[in-house]
Design a binder for this molecule. Structure first.
Ligand code: ZN
Length: 312
């Protein structure tokens, strides 16, 4: 993630307001169109050579991805967003980035030979980028939270929307979360910054917080309630104070989980016993990655609650 230049932001704002492609001066643009996600408006620019079938597929991909995010947050996280889709060679999504500003920008590279399976079933990048929109833009020190959150919520949201089976995401978590554990000599989240700690360490923070909130409130609230409350007051358009943001989430659940867990982990490396966590949640990670789930495990009810969408 990085901040856009003011000039680019101005151009995008002008584009959305006027709807005139001429103001953008982007000769390589193949097409521009608008889509809506509930009450949210999105402007889509596809840059590069691609036909109407590709444009139709991109529309369905954005809509399906937004549907997962809307199922988790109860709405699309920002009122307006700009998508800059760059057509590349090959197939599949070749990376994405989200930029803050009055009109947030999501930029993604998509192979012109992408199939429905590539965009509508295999891709996780667009949901990840859209999840960023629901949390304030974070400076470098607290970026682990923004990225960990996007990793965690992307998976859960896709389960809620029916795009993934629960067993699949738990198998992925069991497989990948060990990469987020601190190595000997590492400091806390604000001290030791690397890929594993940022993406998967941040995801561990979210999972542990989700479980703690559900235990402390006897199942009345989870991390999802905290994140919806944060998104109701703040979003990715600008940077906000990190602890104040966590406090909004804690107030919504009547706990101190987010702030206290952050205070415990910000400078000191805390190693979570993931094997014990999977055992308690009923996630069997030892059967070749098939992700078998045990509903008799002590925290299986919490695992199933995490997998279940909130009532509309
Ligand atoms: Zn990200």
């Amino acid at each position: 993630m990085a901040a856009c230049g003011e000039v680019e932001r101005m151009k995008r704002r002008e584009f959305l307001v006027t709807g005139l492609s001429a103001t953008l001066a982007t000769p390589a643009a193949a097409s521009e169109f608008q889509v809506e996600f509930g009450s949210a408006r999105a402007q889509v620019e596809i840059e590069g050579e691609a036909g109407p079938e590709f444009e139709s597929l991109v529309k369905r991909w954005l809509d399906r991805s937004a549907g997962a995010v809307q199922s988790y947050y109860g709405r699309f996280p920002v009122p307006e967003v700009y998508f800059h889709i760059i057509v590349s060679g090959g197939a599949g999504v070749r990376g994405g980035q989200t930029f803050p500003g009055d009109l947030p920008l999501i930029r993604a590279r998509v192979g012109r030979n992408s199939s429905e399976a590539d965009l509508l079933h295999k891709d996780w990048v667009m949901v990840h980028e859209m999840v960023h929109l629901a949390f304030p833009w974070m400076n470098q020190r607290n970026n682990w939270m923004a990225e960990g959150l996007a990793v965690y919520v992307e998976s859960i949201a896709r389960v809620h929307a029916g795009h993934l089976e629960p067993a699949r995401i738990w198998a992925d978590f069991a497989n990948m979360m060990p990469r987020g554990l601190p190595a000997p000599g590492d400091g806390g989240f604000d001290v030791t910054v690397n890929w594993g700690r940022t993406y998967w360490g941040g995801a561990i923070y979210c999972l542990v917080a989700d479980i703690a909130i559900r235990r402390q409130t006897e199942g009345r609230f989870g991390l999802q309630h905290a994140l919806r409350a944060i998104n109701a007051e703040r979003d990715f358009r600008r940077e906000w104070d990190f602890i104040e943001t966590l406090e909004i989430g804690d107030r919504a659940t009547g706990t101190r989980v987010l702030v206290e867990q952050y205070e415990a982990m910000r400078t000191t490396a805390v190693s979570t016993d993931l094997d014990a966590l999977w055992r308690d949640l009923g996630v069997r990670s030892d059967d070749g990655g098939a992700g078998a789930l045990d509903d008799d495990a002590p925290l299986a009810a919490i695992r199933r609650a995490i997998e279940s969408p909130l009532p509309a």
